[in-house]
Design a protein around this ligand. Structure first.
Ligand SMILES: [Zn+2]
Ligand SMILES: [Zn+2]
Length: 477
């Protein structure tokens, strides 16, 4: 063969491969399914998803102890043919959490599953899986089997929603060109399980996720409405324990003792001035004393007292300021009463949960029809904390509130409750009477899948938008 002819043929082959690759990418860049299509697909999975959720509800597990939950999630992933890794979120702060009164386990109960072709764009969906040390009084026939523990924050619903989304995404795996990383995260309720998974590299593992989404069922919004806001949505939080030591003795001789109860009462009162007198009325601060323990007899002044509670702010600077003032007030007030005081803080304070403004406005554009109001409604920030905040610090993220409130949610017919039975699903989370409105699950399943597929479609062949545009808070938290 003539030399130039051979070169031409080789060039032609190379060109063909390139053409094929481009064509493949182009084929896969067809518009993803509409929210309506995914809503219908989710509807077809609902009986299964609700069943999963009720099973998770029966067996609630506290932070870093979610081994049964992990088994359930992984058995479902097996049945869907989805590969995953377990062992994420080791509890390396066991002792510090125990000192704060948390019953935590060894951890390693986090799960990571990638669906897709392993390439960019990669988008992360996160569900939390832990329960609370609350005795359930919901009256549900599938109430907690573990006395003193319950899914009073609805994380059973979050875990089930993400399994439903996994099923939808797996079915469409050949139709998108990118990767969805799904994570089931332990220890949201004060244990910073999200931070542990980030420290272990869940955001650095290839392909690195460029954006993250998470939802919380939200009794404070009507069922079907979706809310959120650009910027700070949830508060920065820390927990404090104050130990006051005096000198105990006979209650009849107060002059001979140093009374830690009077010192403690003065501290509790003085702490109120941080929010009431030192914070601008246009700003936000919470200092709540929630525990005060001292003494065990009528005629004995104890040697010590302990006080516990929480501080919250919508900014890291605000949290720093409150923390500094708590210290000053506690030490000086204790000293004024001749006592000594020491303070300890949470092993991991939570930063504010902040929605990336660019990504939030993108969500408003692509997901407006997911809400019954036909818009992602702007809601007020709350002073609750949320450890999705740690993801939002690292990559552009959006945390959405999925309205689940209905003061008279009719009991599902398959529960065989007396006709006309209703549940009030506007009861706040963390209440013994909390009931998750199961109608929220279909919206969560469809919206998880919708945001993932839309994100991949809109970011194919672009420089990963996220890490490019993200300006993490300059301030050290
Ligand atoms: Zn909670
Ligand atoms: Zn929660």
């Amino acid at each position: 063969m003539h030399h130039w002819l051979r070169i031409l043929i080789v060039l032609r082959v190379v060109k063909s491969e390139e053409e094929i690759r481009i064509k493949l990418v182009a084929d896969k860049n067809v518009a993803p399914p509409s929210f309506g299509e995914l809503w219908s697909s989710a509807g077809a999975e609902m009986e299964w998803v609700i069943g999963l959720r009720r099973e998770l509800h029966r067996y609630p597990e506290l932070m870093y102890n979610e081994s049964m939950t992990m088994s359930k999630v992984t058995s479902v992933l097996n049945s869907l043919g989805i590969d995953y890794q377990t062992g994420w979120a080791s509890n390396r702060k066991h002792a510090e959490l125990a000192a704060k009164g948390f019953q935590s386990g060894e951890g390693g109960t986090g799960i990571v599953a990638d669906i897709g072709n392993g390439n960019q764009p990669c988008v992360l969906l996160r569900a939390d899986i832990d329960a609370l040390p609350i005795l359930e009084k919901s009256g549900l026939p599938f109430s907690s089997e573990f006395t003193g523990k319950s899914h009073a924050c609805g994380h059973d619903g979050h875990a089930a929603m993400l399994l439903g989304a996994a099923a939808l995404l797996k079915k469409r795996e050949s139709q998108f060109n990118g990767t969805v990383r799904l994570i089931w995260q332990p220890a949201e309720e004060g244990g910073a399980g999200g931070l542990r998974m980030i420290e272990e590299g869940v955001l650095e593992k290839e392909p690195k996720p460029q954006a993250a989404f998470a939802f919380h069922q939200w009794p404070f919004l009507p069922i079907g409405e979706i809310g959120g806001r650009p910027g700070t949505q949830m508060a920065a939080t820390d927990l404090f324990d104050i130990d006051i030591s005096g000198i105990g003795g006979h209650a009849a001789m107060p002059h001979a003792v140093v009374d830690p109860i009077v010192a403690g009462a003065a501290i509790v009162s003085a702490l109120q001035t941080i929010a009431a007198r030192e914070t601008s009325p246009l700003d936000s601060a919470v200092v709540s004393v929630t525990m005060f323990h001292a003494g065990a007899a009528y005629n004995v002044i104890p040697a010590g007292a302990s006080i516990g509670g929480t501080i919250r702010s919508l900014t890291p600077a605000g949290l720093h300021r409150i923390r500094a003032r708590v210290k000053e007030i506690v030490y000086t007030t204790a000293a004024a009463h001749r006592c000594n005081a020491s303070i300890s803080w949470s092993p991991d304070a939570y930063p504010p949960t902040s929605n990336d403004p660019h990504l939030f406005s993108w969500v408003q554009t692509v997901a407006a029809d997911a809400s019954i109001t036909n818009s992602i409604d702007i809601i007020q920030p709350t002073m609750g904390g949320e450890d999705f905040a740690f993801f939002a610090q690292k990559i552009p993220s959006v945390f959405l509130a999925l309205g689940s409130g209905d003061s008279q949610w009719p009991a599902p017919s398959d529960l065989d409750l007396p006709p006309g039975t209703t549940f009030d699903t506007t009861v706040t989370v963390h209440s013994p009477f909390f009931v998750l409105n199961e109608l929220v699950l279909q919206r969560g399943v469809a919206l998880h899948a919708h945001l993932a597929l839309q994100y991949i479609h809109d970011n194919l062949n672009t420089t990963p938008l996220s890490r490019r545009n993200h300006n993490p808070a300059k301030e050290e938290f």
